[in-house]
Design a protein around this ligand. Structure first.
Ligand code: FMN
Length: 275
């Protein structure tokens, strides 16, 4: 399965078969997780936890949101400059890899018992655990909570191109026909998951540079003690760069603030130079 297929097929799965993942898939996941790439320096680590093994000691709860899952992957990072974007990027690579193996996943940044997961994953001094995801075989039919969550977040909807991608400045929406390959990469950014499906990513094209901005949802930033929408930006970065690579193009992340006047609540994060 290529990246485009994985991105297109991925959706949040909250209802799982009551069946552990096969040894073969577990080994594949484990070796992928062991050296997953990320764009920045903060140290990340990813831990797989099996609920059956741990349940006698610690309850890995998700407030009823996830049903039937027997394994979770924890996304852990040291708290350092750009750790949220970095973790968002790396964790999404794992999510897409799991998807390509036919496994279901669901980003959880809020609805899990963080203290218990932290204990089970043996968090160290400067580490935080912003996200976890169940991994397992999806059940064909969503349970009630799953269906309600999908509906309330409007999970299948995405904003139009004209709200997300711009040419030169925020007044000028990017025309889809500008560049075929880049259009495909941006299509895949548009399908990215984001917390409560807020889709806070904005991209402004300027020549060969693609400037990534964060359009904040008011009130979100401090709610959880970390910047959850920066994780969303990391996910968008992951989709963009993986597509660029899949399409045979090359590029790199650079700090190149274009200094354009962003909209209210919108801030510059990073740029991608397509070479
Ligand atoms: C950073 C992040 C945090 C999330 N946290 C939760 C969560 O705590 N609970 C939950 O049920 N879904 C959570 N989600 C899933 C989103 O609601 C979901 O990705 C979005 O509605 C789009 O739906 P889709 O993933 O099916 O495309 C999270 C997603 C992201 C990217």
């Amino acid at each position: 399965m290529d990246i485009k297929q994985a991105i297109t097929q991925r959706r949040s799965v909250r209802t799982y078969k009551d069946e552990p993942i096969s040894q073969e898939l577990r080994e594949k996941l484990k070796s992928y997780i062991a050296d997953v790439p990320s764009p920045f320096n903060p140290r990340t680590r990813f831990v797989m936890l099996d609920t059956d093994e741990i349940s006698g000691r610690i309850k890995l709860g998700t407030y009823g949101v996830i049903n039937g899952a027997k394994t979770f992957i924890c996304g852990i990072s040291e708290k350092a400059f750009r750790y949220e974007e970095n973790l968002g990027y790396a964790f999404e690579r794992i999510i897409l890899y799991a998807t390509s193996l036919g496994l279901g996943t669901c980003w959880l940044g809020g609805t899990f018992n963080r203290a218990n997961f932290a204990k089970a994953a043996e968090l160290k001094g400067n580490e935080v655990i912003p996200v976890v995801s169940p991994v397992g075989y999806p059940k064909e039919k969503r349970n009630l909570i799953d269906s309600v969550l999908v509906k309330s977040a409007g999970s299948v909807n995405r904003k139009d191109w004209s709200e997300l991608f711009f040419d030169g400045n925020f007044e000028n929406p990017l025309k889809r026909e500008t560049d075929h390959k880049i259009a495909e990469a941006l299509d895949m950014v548009r399908l990215a998951p984001s917390a409560s499906n807020k889709q806070p990513w904005r991209i402004v094209k300027s020549g060969q540079l693609y400037h990534f901005f964060l359009s904040r949802t008011p009130g979100y930033k401090t709610l959880l003690g970390f910047d959850i929408q920066r994780l969303d930006i990391g996910i968008a970065m992951c989709h963009f760069e993986m597509m660029i690579q899949e399409l045979g193009l090359k590029g790199k992340w650079i700090d190149e603030d274009p200094g354009i006047n962003p909209e209210k609540n919108t801030e510059y994060i990073i740029s991608y130079l397509v070479e």
